[in-house]
Each structure stands twice: as structure tokens, then as C-alpha cells.
Design a protein around this ligand. Structure first.
Ligand code: ADE
Ligand code: ZN
Length: 343
């Protein structure tokens, strides 16, 4: 059987890209989960890798998070976190990602008795090697788990104090329903005083009002997911006027039943409204694919045009925390490759 590639798929794979919404713990592939479980003597409730994959059937964010936190239990040593991050960086390189801003969840690990410094050291070392050996620049975002208390969040920030030079920003993730951004207003105000940039998951499963709160109370510089913004016309107007980035994760939305079908995703609508949306992979080991797989799936399901694909990728650089000069450099590279492919 001859399978012909859609002409835009070549463009997707060839263009340099930034990824801005990636939980490093969500890049733990079942094979590595088993290897680390063996290395660390951790028992897993699965017979083999196929059984792990078969368990990845989710009906909500919470049903995913339960497995995701359980999977993270195999991560114990600094080397484990290094290996996890390095494996992601190799996949990022294969997808032509030149800049990545990754999340990690320290509380998932400190709650299991892992020292705060351990995950950070492994992740940071791999990111430094990724820059040196693979040419991938990066930022690191420490997320607070919103199902935990404000007090727990402040305790985590206290533990992070000696390491702030290695942390570029803070985020807010985990179970959205019942844990509005307002719960963390004081914590994020303190982070801002410390010079940390803020982002927050909002409007993934939760209502559009959580997006308003993330903007007004947390001073979030980007909204992670944000797809429910289209339920509020005033909010869409504001997001467009401010060019507030939305780090959209289409295969995640599909796997977690935020949308029934990828063809129903509002990604095109977001672009048409003038929003700074781009595509990301969120937790690629759990949701069926890394960045290019997300872009290719959206191209096919939504019949994205070349202009829309290029816009998504330009937006990924615009929304990044790269310097203006670096943004301009990569956006010019995108333009150059688009014109080369055209001729
Ligand atoms: N943690 C990891 N992935 C997440 C997601 N999609 N939403 C909220 N918290 C998360
Ligand atoms: Zn996420």
C-alpha cells in the first residue's frame, strides 16, 4: 500500500518550533516506567508495558491524574529525573523543537519523601546538556498542585528559595474543579515579588471564570489550555486585545474528554478570533503523542491551512520567554523555511 503524505505534513515536521506546555512527569513512557521500577525496586500494579498502555483510558482530568501520580512513584534518584528529561529532549529534537518551557511538580515528589533538591538537580542538568549537545534552549516552570493547600504551596516555595536561579517561573496544575486560581492569590503575589513569572492552567475542564481569575488575581502571563474561553465573548475579546497566549494541547483535550472528537476542537476558532494560541503535547506519554503528532493530528482533523499552521508556530515563539532577539531569529527562520518549501 502506498501512503502519500499530505504536503502540509512536511511543513509541520520541518519547521522549528517552541513547546510551552509539557509536564516532564507526563513524558514518562511505559518502557521507562518499567526500567525505573526495576532499577529502584518499586512494585507496579501492571504485568507489562502493554498493560500500562491499556490502562490509559480516561474519562476526565482526575481519572488521568490518579494514574499520572502513581506512575511518578518510580522516579527516585537525581539520575532518574535526568534520564526522564533527556529522553524528552531527544524526542523534542526529533520533532524540531528548538526551545522548550517545561513544567515539573515538586510536591508530587516531596510528598513521597524525595528531597526537594533531587528532581530539580536531575532536570536542570539534563536541560543544560540539552542546550549544549542538542541546541535546545529551555526554561523551567515549577508548578504548584492546586488540590493541595495554600500552606503547602508556601512551604514548597520556601524549599525552592535556595534554587530560584534555576527556576524561571511558577505554574498551577492538577485537579481544576473546586480549586480556583483565587485559592493561590497570595502565593502568586509572593512569587511575583521574587521575580518569578507566572502561568496557570485554567479553562481546561474548569469554567471561563477561572481564566479571569488567573489573569486578574495571579497575573498569569499565559493561560495553560484556556479552551473554555470561547464560552465567554468578553473574555475572548480581552485575550485577543492582550495577545494573551493560550497553550493549547489538542490530544490531551481529546484523551481527557474535554472534546468528544478532535474535529470538534476550537483551535481554528481561537486563531480566527486573533488569539495567540499554539499547540503543545501536555503529557505526551499518556495522551498518544508528542508535539508533531499533535500538529499532524490537528492538520488532518481540522483541515488546517498552511497559514494557520505557520501562525501556530509563530505564536509558539511569540508566547515564549525567549528574548525579543531570539524570537525574531526563530520567526525569521520559520519564514525562510516556508519560502524554501514553496519554491
Ligand atoms: N498535570 C499534568 N497534566 C495536567 C493537565 N492536563 N491538567 C492539569 N494538571 C496536569
Ligand atoms: Zn498541563
Amino acid at each position: 500500500m502506498i501512503v502519500t503524505q499530505h504536503p502540509l505534513d512536511l511543513l509541520i515536521t520541518r519547521l522549528p518550533k517552541a513547546e510551552l506546555h509539557l509536564h516532564i512527569e507526563g513524558s514518562l513512557e511505559p518502557e521507562m516506567m518499567f526500567d525505573l521500577a526495576k532499577r529502584n525496586g518499586v512494585a507496579l500494579p501492571y504485568a507489562d508495558v502493554d498493560a500500562v498502555r491499556a490502562a490509559y483510558q480516561f474519562d476526565s482530568l482526575q481519572s488521568f491524574l490518579d494514574l499520572y501520580y502513581a506512575g511518578a512513584s518510580v522516579l527516585i534518584t537525581e539520575q532518574d529525573f535526568y534520564d526522564l528529561t533527556w529522553a524528552y529532549l531527544l524526542r523534542a529534537k526529533a520533532d524540531n523543537i528548538v526551545h522548550t518551557e517545561i513544567f515539573y511538580d515538586p510536591q508530587t515528589h516531596t510528598a513521597r519523601g524525595i528531597e526537594f533538591a533531587v528532581p530539580l538537580a536531575g532536570i536542570h542538568r539534563a536541560l543544560a546538556d540539552g542546550h549544549q549537545q542538542l541546541g535546545i534552549s529551555s526554561k523551567l516552570i515549577m508548578c504548584f498542585l492546586r488540590h493541595l493547600s495554600e500552606v503547602d504551596g508556601f512551604a514548597t516555595l520556601e524549599q525552592a528559595m535556595p534554587y530560584l536561579a534555576q527556576i524561571d517561573g511558577v505554574g498551577l496544575d492538577s485537579s481544576e474543579f473546586g480549586h480556583p486560581p483565587s485559592k493561590f492569590e497570595r502565593l502568586f503575589a509572593r512569587c511575583a515579588e521574587l521575580g518569578l513569572l507566572a502561568v496557570a492552567h485554567a479553562g481546561e475542564e474548569g469554567p471561563a471564570s477561572y481564566i479571569w481569575e488567573a489573569l486578574d488575581l495571579l497575573k498569569s502571563k499565559r493561560i495553560d489550555h484556556g479552551v473554555r474561553c470561547t464560552e465567554d465573548a468578553e473574555l475572548v475579546k480581552r485575550l485577543a486585545a492582550e495577545r494573551m497566549p493560550l497553550t493549547v494541547c489538542p490530544l490531551s483535550n481529546l484523551k481527557l474528554c474535554v472534546v468528544k472528537d478532535l474535529a470538534d476542537h476550537n483551535l481554528r476558532e481561537l486563531l480566527a478570533a486573533g488569539l495567540c494560541a499554539m499547540v503543545n503535547s501536555d503529557d505526551p506519554a499518556y495522551f498518544g503523542g508528542y508535539l508533531n503528532t499533535n500538529l499532524l493530528a490537528c492538520r488532518a482533523a481540522l483541515d488546517l491551512t498552511q497559514a494557520e499552521i505557520v501562525q501556530l508556530i509563530l505564536n509558539s515563539f511569540e508566547a515564549s520567554w525567549l528574548s525579543s532577539a531570539q524570537k525574531m531569529y526563530w520567526q525569521a527562520e520559520v519564514g525562510q523555511i516556508v519560502s524554501e518549501l514553496r519554491s
